[in-house]
Write a protein that binds this ligand. Structure first.
Ligand SMILES: Cc1cc2nc3c(=O)[nH]c(=O)nc-3n(C[C@H](O)[C@H](O)[C@H](O)COP(=O)(O)O)c2cc1C
Length: 189
């Protein structure tokens, strides 16, 4: 599969089969993240791979009760990768300037992972809604590490089609004309 095909084929998958993801494939997905670019090549990231169902079931409980609906699907996933960073590894000048490059770095690595997973027929869904302190406790994450996002992974419950992983219809996207300018803001490309 070429990169364009993976980009087009990817969907947020929230319903998973009971099939476990093979360790070799998890390693391939992690490797795709490891090779991602990062600010000053600092690689300030850390990824916690959660494959213990008893821990996965508790993840939705880290968010406030009234909002759990957004993340309840996580409990039935076979795998969750928690993307974190430590400021201890970020560049001091970037820190002083208030740059958030570490957030970008972790996001790029996780994007690599989504595409690698798609290539392997494994569904993914980003989750940005989590209760940080409760999740940190659940994962025994040292305090200097902060959580950026979760990537929920599993083989889709529904059969994939030619058009998409899990046969999931596309969510709408803005047209290029709405989101792209040329040379000066608002000029058509
Ligand atoms: C940073 C980020 C955070 C997200 N958080 C959640 C989430 O908490 N729960 C959820 O179900 N989906 C979440 N999503 C998935 C989006 O809803 C989804 O990507 C979007 O609707 C577009 O659909 P698609 O991924 O199928 O193209 C998140 C996506 C991103 C990029």
């Amino acid at each position: 599969m070429d990169v364009f095909k993976a980009i087009q084929w990817r969907r947020s998958v929230r319903r998973f089969s009971t099939q476990k993801i093979e360790r070799a494939r998890i390693l391939q997905i992690l490797e795709a993240g490891r090779l991602a670019p990062s600010s000053s090549n600092r690689q300030a990231w850390h990824f916690v791979v959660v494959d213990d169902p008893s821990i996965i079931k508790q993840i939705p409980r880290t968010v406030p009760v009234g909002t759990r609906r957004i993340v309840t699907f996580i409990k039935d996933a076979p795998l969750v990768i928690i993307g974190c960073y430590s400021k201890a590894f970020t560049h001091v000048i970037a820190q002083l300037a208030g740059h958030k490059n570490h957030l970008i770095d972790v996001s790029i690595a996780m994007t690599h992972m989504t595409l690698a997973a798609t290539e392997l027929g494994i569904g993914t869904c980003w989750v940005g809604w989590f209760g940080e302190s409760r999740l940190q406790r659940l994962l025994a994450l040292p305090r200097k590490y902060k959580i950026v996002a979760l990537l929920v992974l599993g083989y889709p419950a529904e059969r994939s089609s030619k058009a998409s992983i899990g046969g999931i219809p596309p969510r709408p996207r803005k047209a290029l004309g709405e989101i792209v300018s040329c040379n000066k803001f608002g000029q058509r490309f």
